[in-house]
Design a protein around this ligand. Sequence first.
Ligand code: G6P
Length: 499
Amino acid sequence: MCGTTGIGHTRWATTGEVNKVNAHPHQAGTIAIVHNGVVSNHKELKEHFNSNLFVSDTDSEVIARIIKRDGVSSILSSIQSIKGELGAILVTDDCLPNTIWAYSDGSPLIAGIGEDGDYYIASDVRALSGYVTKAYRLNSKELVIFAAGERVNLNKYKIAEVPDKPVSKNNFDHYMLKEICEQPLQIDDEPEEFNLPAIGDNIKIIGCGSSYYAGLLGKRFLEDISQIPTSVEYASEVSLNTPMPHNTTHIAISQSGETKDTISAIKKLFPKVVSLHNSNGSTITSLCEYNNYINAGPEVGVAATKTFFKTCLRLYHLAEYYKTSKHYTPQLELENIAQQVIDNANHIHTVAQQIYHYNNFLVLGSGYHYPIALEIALKLKETAYVHAEAMPAAEMKHGPIALIDKNTPSIFFCMSNDPNINQILQNIEEVKSRKGEVLVFTDCQNIDADWIIELPKHMNFRLQPLISVIGGQLLSYYIALTRGCEIDKPRNLAKSVTV
Ligand code: G6P
């Protein structure tokens, strides 16, 4: 293929089946577009065209049609007439082969110039690593035209830090395994000081997926350690109608800093939101007044592992900070103990090979381990494509116990330092006596279980979930590996969910 301009999309279309016809770029005559977003009125817009013109089922194709109809000279007004979460769009026109039109609204577009003088534009700064040394974040709602022979003044835009080189897998088979194994190194001695407003009477945490579950663990830390009433809500469920006490501190958690649902929620809670993120310069950091970088390093595997771990650790630090005003309290032994779980990976792999064929799991934990059960059920779904349902251990008897049979193993977190240990032991017995199979993560002796994965105990039971989660991550990883799944890039998922 030869040419001087090219556009492409590494993700399947959101609207329409996963197939080649629906894959970007979409074309209308000489116009081609790639789009990261949602055209909410695409059905209405399509009515203005002959329906036979459309070859795909996507919402995005209509953008190409509209630009084709109106001409590239009025591209800005054409794009602005489209409703929805427009996201980011790149357009080319075969009639002007040396030009790319770039427009974003709500999603990032980063541009830089390579050593060869060529322009590179991407939705994630990491994609530019190795191509440009300096990159800039284009402004929202501004059309930028990149044309051969005409320099774009990128200096007027905010700088986006370009990672030195693409992250290597080193000798690991998958990024996910590498990132799980990097977790003991997340326990840095001197993390950045928190950037926070004066504390309110209560805290509300928002996030999606793993970030939401980290928030649930954060609630435990904040309520138990610093005695601050804390609520946690899925970002997508935040409503303007929820009565909100005046003096609430809002914390938004997002490793990517680009999750659309979290961005929309922050806009509702605006201003004065505190972020906990792993992505400097992201959209969320530009919206929040108080930004806190977790500094977990780049995470390439789509399923969050080390960013979950580090977010939880920073939430623990935060709770300690609210109690003691010290920005950091040492976590004795955490690194060593976390490493012991990783050293047990071979045994966890063996267990995974014995249970990988099950299609349903219950994942149970109590108190501090309930958010971990939720996180591990999510890892099993995301990476191994198995149905896993998490619940507080004692809730199992209030309904889900009806699901117990030999085809639905229960995975328990049962640590001797757990304040609810006796109740969990009883829940294990309840499953066993109903002929259910049981896998237990534990440091206890003499548990009647089909599979036991020993976990080291931390003397601070509040930090135990950070140890236990590593065991669950490894189990999910090895089940996914044995099932032959696309571990680092699971189907239908993306690292930044910008739609
Ligand atoms: C997606 C991913 C989840 C992730 C969630 C939140 O749904 O599949 O693994 O936890 O987004 O991402 P964030 O970047 O906001 O933490």
